[in-house]
Structures are given as C-alpha cells and as structure tokens.
Ligand binder design. Structure first.
Ligand code: ZN
Length: 161
C-alpha cells in the first residue's frame, strides 16, 4: 500500500514526466496504485499523488480497474457543474464547473494507443487526474469565494501537521 500525499506536499505541484517504457515497474506501480485507490476509497489516483513523478493514472468508475499511461486531453467542449473531491484534499468537496466532453489520448498497460471520448462523470475524472499529472490541484479550479474559504481550512491543516 502506498501513502497518498496530502495538500501542501510539493510533489503535488510538480508536473510528471512521460513514461518511456511500459515495463514491469510500471505494471507494479499500477497494481499498487489501484490497491491504494480502492482502500482509500476513491475513483481515481494519479502517480504523483503517491510521490511518483511519472505520467499515469488509474481509475474505476464502476466498469473495473483501468490505467492510462501518458494521458493527454486533446479536446474539450461544453460545461458541467459537479461536486468534486480529491484524496489529497480529504473531507472537502466543491461544486466545480468544467468542460463536459473531453477527448483523451494515451496508452494502456500493453502499449496500445487509446482514444476515448468521455463526458460527465468519466470526463470529470479524466480532467481531475490529468490536472494532477500537470501539477494542478482542484483547489486551483475553484472560484474566488470557494478558494478563499478552502485556503483558510487547508492552511490551518498544514500548520497543524
Ligand atoms: Zn485528486
């Protein structure tokens, strides 16, 4: 089981690096990340949330475990408001407006190219996880009022540690 890094950990603000070779270490990382995600429990987990600076995430929105290597969102459209939380910012959630439809490219664990059109919940998970891999937390997606309140809570948490 891996430790999920929490808000304030600098690793969450660093962009990850592309996976160059999908080898046994990547397969093992995916396995450990899935176990950690299910135990949390959560529906998605990005590698830098467990302190690994590699561009991949895992998720399960009810269709079984999935891993996406070197994911990129190439197109977005529409708008959708959804209450979003994050395993690195536990116990808090906010209604966040983001694009509804996204197109995501990447590789599966066998190195096959993926090209996925997603919307609503799946589209939201993709955007949230790709944000992580770019070093962006959901706190940066809040409106001004939400953000002010969030930062008060989060700063006091960091100071209490
Ligand atoms: Zn998250």
């Amino acid at each position: 089981m891996l430790t999920i890094r929490q808000y304030g950990d600098p690793v969450l603000k660093q962009a990850t690096k592309d996976v160059e070779e999908i080898d046994a270490s990547v397969a093992k990382l995916v396995e450990d990340m899935l176990e950690t995600m299910y135990a949390a429990p959560g529906v998605g987990l990005a590698a830098n949330q467990v302190g690994v600076q590699r561009r991949l995430f895992v998720y399960d929105i009810g269709d079984g475990p999935q891993a996406i290597i070197n994911p990129r969102i190439t197109e977005t459209s529409g708008e959708w408001a959804f209450e979003e939380g994050c395993l690195s910012v536990p116990g808090l959630s906010w209604t966040i407006v983001r694009p509804n439809q996204v197109h995501l490219t990447g590789l599966d664990l066998d190195g096959n190219e993926l090209s996925i059109d997603a919307e609503e919940y799946q589209g939201r998970v993709f955007q949230h996880e790709v944000d992580h891999l770019d070093g962006t937390l959901l706190v940066e997606r809040l409106d001004e009022d939400q953000r002010r309140q969030a930062l008060q809570v989060l700063r006091s948490r960091v100071l209490a540690r």
